[in-house]
Design a protein around this ligand. Structure first.
Ligand code: ADP
Length: 320
């Protein structure tokens, strides 16, 4: 199957092990690999899609550890750079029982944000059919310019460009500017996935159909909104739909959105091209598959350990 390339942050999540404790009160943190585009890369690899990750860690024990984990998941790390100066980025995370997260980034500077446009080369995209990215890299320079450059290079090669803005308010001192920069990326993209919590902030409307129309007007052809336990909504020219998720015993929703994106992109690749799937029948099935990936990911703690293999998703779909 054709190769997917994910661009962005690979970092250490220090996750509080105490439910509903704010970061100020949390007494203990467990080290976990994190970064949404890196999770998507591992998710795609588990689903059988050859995947390469472009990003940067520090020349320190955490960077070494992250590189090992991503490589062990069969992701090609030949384009994962090591910064000689900046430390591997760390984020402290506390999760509330309603799924909300308190996040505090240690990134002043962080290696992920120090990747520069001049660090990129064409061989990093060699053989790729899909390019996936988020917005954490857009929140600082030079990674913002590097991501835009990578997306331009991907577009020039005719790759399918996928974007999960994954808005992290604490990374952006000016939220209006954040919205503008997040939108600057949209015209480069074919597929945009948003979570319902960030939908109104980004689109300016609570309504999925009119918000999706606004996104599609500037270029993307498929818009998907994930809605936690309620499943997902999709919208493309001539079709839209709401697909319920599956009833599961959710223990940790961390990484559910990334598992969903991996499922979506793996399905598009498997079925040919985006043009082949922009219809109700195909999208109903694809979003059902993606919901299954998300639902399975909520049943285990952590993001990377919870991302399902293709066999697990197929077995799950047969049972439900
Ligand atoms: P994000 O992690 O980006 O906030 P969501 O929490 O919306 O994304 O989850 C992504 C997808 O994972 C959902 O669209 C749904 O398919 C699945 N999912 C998430 N939480 C649950 C849950 N509690 N039960 C079943 N499926 C879930």
């Amino acid at each position: 199957m054709a190769l997917a390339v994910c661009f962005g942050e690979l970092l250490v999540d220090m996750v509080s092990d105490t439910a509903d404790a704010a970061l100020q009160e949390a007494p203990r943190f467990l080290k976990a690999p994190g970064g949404a585009p890196a999770n998507v890369a591992v998710g795609l690899a588990r689903l059988g899609v050859p995947t390469r990750f472009i990003g940067q860690v520090g020349d320190d024990p955490f960077g070494e550890w992250l590189r090992r984990i991503v490589a062990a998941a069969d992701v090609d790390v030949s384009a994962l750079l090591t910064s000689p100066t900046a430390r591997t980025t760390i984020a402290f995370v506390a999760t509330r029982s309603d799924g909300r997260k308190d996040i505090c980034f240690y990134r002043n500077p962080g290696a992920d944000a120090e990747i520069r446009p001049t660090d990129l080369n064409e061989s990093m995209l060699e053989g790729a059919r899909v390019f996936h990215c988020g917005s954490v890299s857009l929140s600082q320079s030079p990674s913002r310019e590097a991501q835009l450059r990578a997306a331009e290079m991907a577009a020039a090669r005719g790759l399918l460009i996928s974007y999960d803005p994954n808005w992290r308010p604490s990374l952006w001192p000016d939220h209006n500017l954040a919205r503008e920069i997040i939108w600057d990326m949209m015209p480069h993209c074919d597929v945009v996935k948003l979570a319902d919590e960030e939908w109104e902030f980004i689109t300016g409307t609570p309504d999925f159909a009119s918000g999706a129309a606004k996104i599609r007007e500037c270029g993307p052809r498929l818009v998907v909104v994930t809605r936690g336990a309620d499943g997902a909504y999709y919208n493309c020219a001539g079709a839209q739909g709401e697909i319920s998720s599956f009833k599961v015993n959710a223990v940790d929703t961390l990484g559910a959105g990334d598992a969903f994106v991996a499922g979506l992109l793996a399905q598009v690749l498997q079925r040919g091209s985006l043009d082949d799937v922009l219809n109700q029948e195909a999208l109903d099935q694809i979003i059902r598959f993606s919901n299954a990936c998300g639902a399975i990911a909520t049943q285990k703690a952590g993001a990377i350990p919870a991302l399902p293999t293709r066999a697990e998703v197929e077995q799950f779909l047969q049972k439900h």
